[in-house]
Design a protein around this ligand. Structure first.
Ligand code: F0G
Length: 499
């Protein structure tokens, strides 16, 4: 399939091949798009998500940035679905929804999500209607993207484990996991393993939302720049949706597992002589020029999907918000998404307190940390260098979104060295849970912040593990130790075990 300006084919999803303008999108998609506004995070200007443009070959132009250059944030009014709780006509439902008793509304939302989460994990394929409820993203669809069901592209994703690993909350059957809590110095510590998503990282949550939007717009080609996980996720979802995927990677700086996945799923892989930041600049240019749908977190619908990490972990905690959320920070899309989810969950009275967020950067890739150190008075960019290739990013795209989150939740930004990351990774790996290097920044950060007294040892803390151990099977994994080759006899084994 050639790349040309037909990357976006309006109406393809609707089966009307020659539809040429926004005005002629199928009504249910047009209605959804008209209910969504994109607000500039820098100057608050408002835009529709796609604009009709007669000069474009396809008639449809999606918007990723404000005229001022700022990134955009989805705004959407949430509508409580009618199927649960109080019976009654439409009018009384809306009255209920707008009730001044906010906590009653929060209880209704919780009921919606809890009922959906109780669908069985295994079901007959003939009852596929459970698929959306079972997805750890689409379960929260009213808060993410209320897309018409038949356009949703889902594996499904999410439903990742929340492991209790603290010194106090780690049960006997998880004795090996307790060393994580001991290392962090935390009594009530949970790790949410986003590496358990279909393509092995949290990126699948944003990707299912982004690719669904691509599908609704009739895109035939999608693209991203990546340090490896976004590209693997994009390639998997594009393959599922029958779209072409094109990924821009910093040559020599992508872990082998991620590169292998991306290629196996059939992406066109463009390795550039340059770092992630250069790849990011290039892909934006390419997408704008060639009409390919951009699926980096610059795309605001990716951020919406990633909010589901926040909703899901709150639901797993019975809607009792933790005191802290700790996560690794690179391009800053994830912190933007989870921070937004917490704020929205609070506004809907799903929770009664907003967790503080601790964003952890690698010391060699710490532009956000440096800016935080200067009270965010200026944006900083660096030439990034860290062993955690996933977060080797010097000029994060979602800086303004993430800054707003840290300021609003009284959050903090910390940095950890590569040595600290690898030490933490060894603890997580040896506990039997395992993660890729960037994810271990979470535990390294917890260890440091508890030691400094910033996080108290009895506070309830959730840490995010962002990627699977198998993504990078070299960095921080002992290649020699425990893998001696011995003769196939008892004496040889005895001698080896005695060492
Ligand atoms: N952890 C992992 C495993 C990642 O892959 C990334 C980002 C992050 C943390 C940081 O998240 O960018 O939202 O702040 N990976 C991107 C990629 C850049 O291309 O896969 P962020």
């Amino acid at each position: 399939m050639a790349i040309n300006s037909a990357g976006l084919q309006p109406g393809r999803g609707a089966g009307k091949e020659n539809m040429q303008s926004h005005a002629t999108l199928v009504p249910e998609i047009a209605a959804l798009l008209s209910a969504i506004q994109l607000r500039c995070v820098e100057c608050s200007a408002l835009y529709p998500p796609v604009e009709a443009q007669s000069s474009s070959a396809t008639g449809l132009v999606p918007r990723y940035r404000c005229e001022c250059g700022g990134v955009l944030d989805v705004e959407l009014e949430f509508t409580l679905p009618k199927q649960v709780g109080m019976q009654g006509d439409e009018e009384s439902w809306h009255l209920m929804e707008r009730a001044s008793n906010a906590s009653a509304v929060g209880a209704l939302w919780r009921q919606v999500f809890d009922e959906r989460a109780s669908s069985p994990p295994i079901w007959s394929i003939s009852t596929d209607k459970l698929l959306l409820d079972y997805s750890g993203v689409w379960r929260y669809r009213e808060l993410i993207l209320p897309a018409p069901e038949r356009y949703v592209i889902t594996r499904p994703e999410g439903n990742t484990n929340l492991y209790p690993v603290g010194m106090e909350n780690c049960p006997v059957g998880r004795i090996g996991h307790r060393q994580i809590g001991t290392y962090a110095g935390l009594e009530l510590f949970f790790l949410k393993h986003e590496g358990e998503n279909p393509s092995g990282s949290f990126k699948d949550r944003g990707m299912t939302a982004g690719i669904t939007m691509a599908n609704m717009l009739g895109a035939s080609a999608v693209a991203c720049a990546s340090t490896g996980n976004t590209s693997a996720s994009l390639a998997a979802y594009a393959a599922q949706a029958g779209m072409r995927s094109i990924v821009f990677l910093p040559a020599g700086n992508v872990a082998a597992g991620k590169l292998a996945q991306t290629m196996a799923y059939g992406a066109t892989t463009v390795q550039i002589e340059g770092d992630f930041d250069a790849a990011m600049q290039l892909v934006e240019q390419v997408c704008n020029e060639l009409g390919i749908y951009l699926l980096n977190s610059l795309n605001p619908f990716r951020v919406e999907g990633q909010k589901a990490i926040g909703f899901e972990l709150l639901q797993q905690l019975d809607w009792q918000a933790p005191d802290w959320l700790i996560l690794p920070a690179g391009n800053l899309g994830n912190i933007s998404a989870i921070g937004k989810a917490f704020r929205q969950a609070y506004d809907l009275s799903l929770i009664t307190q907003i967790p503080r967020i601790a964003a952890i950067q690698a010391a060699g890739a710490n532009p956000f940390y440096q800016s935080y150190q200067q009270q965010f008075q200026k944006r900083v960019s660096v030439k990034a260098d860290t062993v955690a290739s996933a977060i080797k990013i010097g000029n994060p795209v979602s800086y303004a979104r993430a800054r707003a989150v840290i300021e609003a939740c009284d959050g903090i930004v910390a940095q950890v060295t590569d040595e600290e990351i690898l030490a933490a990774k060894e603890i997580i790996d040896r506990s039997g849970i395992g993660c890729e290097p960037a994810s271990a920044a979470t535990l390294a950060g917890a260890h440091k912040l508890v030691a400094e007294g910033v996080i108290k040892r009895d506070e309830r803390v959730v840490g995010i593990l962002t990627g699977n151990l198998l993504k990078d099977n070299v960095t921080g994994i002992p290649q020699q130790r425990n893998s001696a080759v011995v003769k196939p006899n008892l004496d040889a084994v005895r001698a080896m075990l005695a060492q």
